[in-house]
Design a protein. Sequence first.
Length: 361
Amino acid sequence: MPQPLSLFTRYPRLAEQLPRVELAQLPTPVIALPDLAMQTDVGALWIKHDGETATPYGGNKVRKLEFLLGNAQQDGAKAVMTFGGAGSNHALATAIYARQLGMTPIAMLVPQPASANVRANLLMHLNAGTQLHLFPDKERLAAGVANERNRHIQQKGIAPAIIPAGGSSPRGILGYVNAALELKHEIDAGELPLPDYIYAPCGTMGTAVGLALGFALAGVYPHIVAVRVTEPEFASEERGRALLQETAAFLQEHDASIPLPPFPEKTFTLRHDFFGPGYGVHTGEDQDTAARFEAATGMPMECTYTAKAFGALLADAADGHLRDQNVLYWHTYNAHPLAPHIEHLDWHNLPEAFHPYFITD
Ligand SMILES: *Cc1c(COP(=O)(O)O)cnc(C)c1O
């Protein structure tokens, strides 16, 4: 029997109110890294390993998709439409698990810099049978959404369920409210002390905001360092406050006993100094960070999200700010190798718009 969700244990009424599909194996492991802590001048260092949320594809999106796809399924959706960059981990996770649940995945994508990760994720879509679309700009994306929606209504008699970029709607964010309560449970069980600092990458903010709300509900306030890796329209202090309020209100709608905690201004920092020149640009510094992490842990790190967050942690440690502190790095990237799923696949089978990602010279 899988363990009940910490969120549902704490607020049993939610379990009756909120549809959810079980995709994740929770709790995810907490791993201590004493050697790396010593080498980097951090008091004590742990990883919360959300790379292992699920097989075949882990990472942070799975926690959100348990609620989002549960809702789509309850609504009787036959297809699920979502959004992201060409190599979006979110679009891929949505596609894999929507397909597993018998729904057709539709990914409405926009360009991002080419990389091995982008290519691997695109090939993975061939296995999921995703309907892939690439739009050069926002106007054409909006027109494409309207078109696809109409086409599906005509063909299937029902509109596709819409999941926002990154899965960061109040319903999706519940996955990380639960994750904070899950960590609190692990702290109470003596697996680790309450961290002074938690570092996590911040893309569409659902991960960081969900953690902030979950800890506030639990009455503990580790300092959350959310390292922005996307353009400011997706991640800003203002959006973080709004998302936290909307998510708390959403919870209260389903269980009136749940309070509306204020945004934890003093213990939430959105870091803007590791974004670099643009979304998905891999700098030499990111590559060094990823190599160092992989050598120390044996876990894969990528350079669009995780290397930027861990890079901020290493930089703060190098400045002496984390000496004597208990620090948790929340690892959000899938840990399971994709190569066995894609090495036999031919990129020519992708829609032509995606071929430039594979033509390297
Ligand atoms: C999507 C993603 C993030 C960002 O999470 P948000 O909840 O959108 O802020 C971080 N790391 C990885 C690996 C991701 O795929």
